[in-house]
Design a protein around this ligand. Sequence first.
Ligand code: HPA
Ligand code: ZN
Length: 324
Amino acid sequence: MARILDLPKVELHLHFEGAAPPAFIRGLAQEKKTDLSKIFRADGSYAYRDFVHFLSVYEAATSVLKGPEDFARLCTALMEESAKDGVVYSETFVSPDFCGGGDVGAWKEYLHAIREAAEAGEKTYGVTLRGIVTCIRHFGPDKAKAAARCAAETAGDWITGFGMGGDENMGEQGDFAYSFDMAAEAGLRLTTHAGEWRGPREVENAVTDLRGMERIGHGVRAIEDPRLCDILAEREITLEVCPGSNVFLGVYPSLDKHPIQQLRARGVKVTVSTDDPPFFHTTLRKEYERLAKTFRWGADIFQDLNRTALDAAFCDAATKEAIK
Ligand code: HPA
Ligand code: ZN
């Protein structure tokens, strides 16, 4: 087991604000004299009832991140946590909606601070971090366009992709085609959350209605349609699977009922991530430990997952080569 847990890990699906340790958010709330007591349990962890409530607690926690400097501090905290898990490369979802409200000028200031912290963190912690600009589905297509504009203006070697998170039950993937097209034209690679709450049709919509989609956040409910699994396998669409998140939020009742093993068996490209680790009481090490125990996976499978993740990473070839 030690060999598995100590493997150098590649993580593709990590929400920047969702990686904030509760103590970090509580500290900021105190500094800013903001009462956030409602979002914490007595034991100090985040308190929410279900996915939609999770999203509102997430937004409340994020409300005390007030300026570029706070996001830079969060970046350092996130990289420190990732390093503890043996993560060597990570892609994180950053939302212009929380960093200047979609204004390009403000976004550039936030991004500059985050990027400086990421570069310092790479030296301190040995983790290489890249950003995926992420629009928020339940904020609607107009806000998504503003996020895509921010993404397009800062596309490059640090911002490598454009994605969408938020409430999958709101609107349709195709409503956001304009934004995804704008990001793709700026050279960004694409991923979107799909098939976590809605079924396989949502995953199919993501890969048919959004041109150039390369990865799917979650995507696990594709397992309900064998033909769709074949399409994903054939097109080498990579799933960013977050098993602990799915079990914690009740998408599946327990890890042994999770389809990650079946998806792999069907030839779908599968990777493992944490999503929002402190919210779901997980870390990448814990994910590996639970998967190894539940499915009796050996180190060879985890090595394969990491290879798949590095292949599907949105960074350039030189960065990948340096990580290998
Ligand atoms: N799923 C969807 N949207 C999100 C999440 C998540 O886990 N975290 C932050 N935004
Ligand atoms: Zn997610």
